[in-house]
Design a protein. Structure first.
Length: 251
């Protein structure tokens, strides 16, 4: 398992540097979901496991505090992992297909138990989210992603405004997303609870591959920001990992 994690960090570093532009991943037209499947969703003895963070719990301070990160990762995310493994035990493996992948789970999610939907989404979403924030984050997008953002939204400032609005307007718990649709365009959307844009559900208004993700559940910010979600979103822009987003956009 540790070897798998080391491989992920090595691949993630290559991704953020844009080194995969001509790799087999691109040649095979592997989408972001497959990248996640292979690199940041480790399995040990047939069970999903909690991926290690690529930084220390206090590495994002003062923007996101140590205690929030520790509880968020080791308690909330770990809970999704444990409950996902339990939920999978109740489902006939033939229904999910072979090999068992999140892509298959999300494609058939409407017909699967609610516990599987909630916990598969929780594990997948959080595993992605940890790569979306970084101690070296912040600043502005670059490269092809920056060009696409300017083309779609007019400017980075306008994009941030619209993304922030989506995150603020999500009632209750959920996520804000920047996705790349099947047409290759960028779109901002949000989902409730642990749903995501990869799920084959009628209530998912915008479907596509995730480029950027923001967790707006209260457990992501309440210890530091209490009910001030806007302050948390401002903190997110100070640690957002544009390099990872650029790499996902280029997949």
């Amino acid at each position: 398992m540790e070897n798998s994690r080391r491989k992920f960090f090595k691949k993630a570093a290559a991704l953020t540097l844009g080194a995969i532009a001509s790799s087999e991943i691109i040649k095979a037209t592997t989408v972001a979901s497959s990248f996640l499947e292979k690199e940041i969703l480790p399995i040990d003895a047939g069970k999903y496991t909690l991926p290690a963070l690529p930084y220390a719990y206090d590495a994002l301070e003062p923007h996101i505090d140590k205690l929030t990160m520790e509880i968020h990762h080791s308690k909330h995310h770990q809970g999704y992992v444990a409950n996902l493994n339990k939920a999978l035990e109740t489902v006939d493996g033939n229904i999910l297909g072979s090999p068992q992948t999140f892509e298959n789970i999300f494609e058939k999610i409407a017909k699967l138990p609610a516990a599987l939907r909630n916990n598969a989404g929780g594990h997948y979403n959080h595993s992605l989210f940890w790569t979306m924030i970084s101690p070296k984050g912040g600043g502005e997008p670059t490269g092809k992603l920056a060009e696409a953002i300017k083309k779609e939204f007019g400017s980075t400032e306008e994009f941030k405004k619209q993304f922030t609005e989506a995150a603020m307007k999500r009632f209750g718990s959920g996520w804000a997303w920047l996705v790349k649709t099947k047409e290759g365009k960028l779109a901002i959307t949000s989902t409730a609870n642990q749903d995501n844009p990869l799920m084959n559900l009628t209530e998912i208004e915008v479907k596509g591959n995730v480029i950027l993700a923001l967790d707006v559940w209260e457990h992501a910010y309440y210890l530091k920001n209490q009910n001030r979600r806007a302050d948390y979103i401002t903190s997110f822009w100070n640690v957002v990992n544009w390099e990872m987003a650029e790499g996902l956009y280029n997949l």
